[in-house]
Design a protein around this ligand. Structure first.
Ligand code: AP5
Length: 214
């Protein structure tokens, strides 16, 4: 099964994407994680992407479209993939449709997750991420057992550069302007579902499982 998860920054795409892709036995392709890995490597692409990410703006379409095409056609995506954070605007959705067509692939579920903006701000400003394995925590909602230390691998926890208040505001603005129009683009597509993501992690996950089962 191939799945798209989309929604505003902080709604829980990454948190739920990890669980859902594990359950479905498919790979999770989180665009933000792919870009952060390129930044860490210090590749030309990473250097170019960093400036956009730090400013809370979208990285240019040609960069992200090329990265996704390479990943969805790789051997480990044969059983299926879950896209988290791609597409993020209508031109990216059109590019995705063209590349799926070209490779004889299909998206079975497009799931839109939503929550009130005050909740998004709270979730983003309290997020902590493991530097070693990338697992996410939250200072209040899902704190690590030991402060600053990952429960899964004991790696160091850090706050993302773009989770500072002024960058969060910019990201939410970009979301409204560029990503929200995807709702119109996808709402009449086969396999489209809208999920209320304001509840607890376990309840949101149940709603996602239901959507996946159709
Ligand atoms: P990206 O990393 O994709 O960021 P995002 O879309 O802004 O999403 P987030 O990762 O911030 O949030 P999330 O929805 O995954 O929430 P999470 O599960 O972590 O992108 C970063 C940047 O990369 C972009 O700004 C852009 O520059 C660039 N980029 C990425 N994709 C691109 C593209 N396609 N085109 C161009 N540029 C692109 O949850 C957040 C917190 O809330 C966590 O602490 C979590 O523990 C907590 N939480 C989650 N669910 C719940 C719940 N139900 N209850 C309580 N707490 C919860």
């Amino acid at each position: 099964m191939n799945v798209i998860l989309f929604g505003p920054p902080g709604v829980g795409k990454g948190t739920q994407g990890v669980r859902l892709s594990e359950k479905l036995g498919i790979i999770q392709l989180a665009m933000g994680d792919l870009l952060r890995a390129a930044v860490k490597e210090g590749s030309d692409l990473g250097v170019k992407a960093k400036a956009f990410m730090d400013a809370g703006k979208l990285v240019p379409d040609d960069v992200v479209v090329g990265m996704i095409e390479e990943r969805i056609t790789a051997a480990d995506a044969k059983a299926g993939f879950l896209l988290d954070g791609f597409p993020r605007n209508v031109p990216q959705a059109e590019a995705l449709a063209a590349m799926l067509d070209k490779h004889g692939l299909k998206i079975e579920r497009v799931i839109f997750m939503d929550a009130p903006e005050s909740m998004l701000l709270e979730r983003l400003s309290g997020r902590l991420i493991c530097r070693a394995c990338g697992f996410g925590f939250h200072r209040h909602y899902s704190p690590p057992r030991e402060e600053g230390c990952c429960d899964r691998c004991s790696g160091e926890l850090y706050q993302r550069d773009d989770d500072r208040e002024e960058v969060i505001a910019q990201r939410l603005g970009v979301y409204q302007e560029q990503t929200q129009p995807l709702l119109d683009y996808y709402s009449s597509a086969d396999g489209f579902f809208k999920i209320d993501a304001a509840g607890e992690v376990a309840d949101v996950y149940k709603a996602l499982e239901k959507a996946v089962q159709g």
